[in-house]
Design a protein around this ligand. Structure first.
Ligand SMILES: Nc1ncnc2c1ncn2[C@@H]1O[C@H](COP(=O)(O)OP(=O)(O)OP(=O)(O)O)[C@@H](O)[C@H]1O
Ligand SMILES: [Mg+2]
Length: 240
């Protein structure tokens, strides 16, 4: 699914946090940049959690920025995974995965169960189906959160710093699951400072600073010939 962002601007009160951002996303995009540069806000605008004051965003044929668009319906196509998993703590892992498919998509419990189990298989934790989130590790929770997002069969999935709350030894297992998704052909947007992952997996890397898209380029160009000295500075910091 193609995403087309055309000259969007957004303000929170008087604070302009996105400045005339345009980009097209087709396969996998990594977004990086300093804290407060607008990365999360951009992601939230793409799935309609935030409104822009100027410009347009299309996800496939759907104009996210049109007041006529059914945003809850859009969000079924655009999954989102956050830093801190957000699993429902009072529900077993399997029930976390079955909730939206049965309630929102009205799938039968049998069908939702089959899908949920195959997704837990895919993310490598089928044995954790019947435990509660507080009984599994951070990496396993995040893999369960990814499986839960996939249970809605989204065409786009957005990750906002999916590994930044994890212990180092768990980061890799989550990144591996994400790599697999790109191979399956889902459109993926990942806000991360995991530059090894970006180099290996991203079709393009975008650098944001102060609400502006400074550069968007394939990894080879982004790392070896960045357009702006701000990117060089940033890379030096995160690659330390
Ligand atoms: N709900 C909100 N209300 C007001 N201002 C907000 C809100 N959300 C974000 N902002 C402001 O918008 C700017 C961009 O924030 P955003 O969260 O998009 O940055 P970010 O690049 O994701 O940063 P980080 O790397 O720290 O997550 C910041 O100045 C922030 O204070
Ligand atoms: Mg953020």
């Amino acid at each position: 699914m193609k995403i087309k962002i055309d000259q969007i601007s957004k303000w929170f009160g008087k604070n302009q946090v996105l400045r005339n951002v345009s980009m097209e996303i087709e396969s996998s995009l990594v977004i990086c940049g300093p804290s407060g540069s607008g990365k999360s806000t951009l992601a939230r605008c793409i799935n309609g959690l935030e409104k822009v004051q100027a410009g347009t965003i299309y996800v496939g044929e759907t104009e996210v920025t049109s007041p006529k668009t059914n945003i809850p319906q859009l969000r079924q196509k655009v999954g989102m995974v956050f830093q801190a998993y957000n699993l429902f703590p009072h529900m077993k892992v399997i029930d976390n995965l079955m909730l939206a498919p049965t309630k929102v998509l009205r799938r039968s419990r049998e069908e939702a169960y089959e899908t949920a189990m195959s997704l837990l298989e895919k993310v490598g934790i089928p044995d954790k189906a019947n435990v509660y989130p507080d009984q599994i590790s951070g990496g396993q929770k995040q893999r369960a959160a990814i499986a839960r997002a996939l249970a809605m069969k989204p065409e786009v999935i957005i990750f906002d710093e999916p590994t930044s709350a994890l212990d180092p030894e768990m980061i890799q297992e989550v990144l591996e699951v994400m790599k697999g998704l790109v191979k399956d052909g889902i459109t993926m947007i990942v806000i991360t400072h995991e530059m090894g992952f970006a180099r290996e997996v991203a079709a393009n890397i975008a650098f944001m600073d102060n609400g502006e898209l400074i550069e968007m380029a394939p990894p080879e160009q982004f790392f070896n010939r960045p357009a702006s000295p701000r990117i060089k500075d940033f890379l030096q910091k995160v690659l330390l």
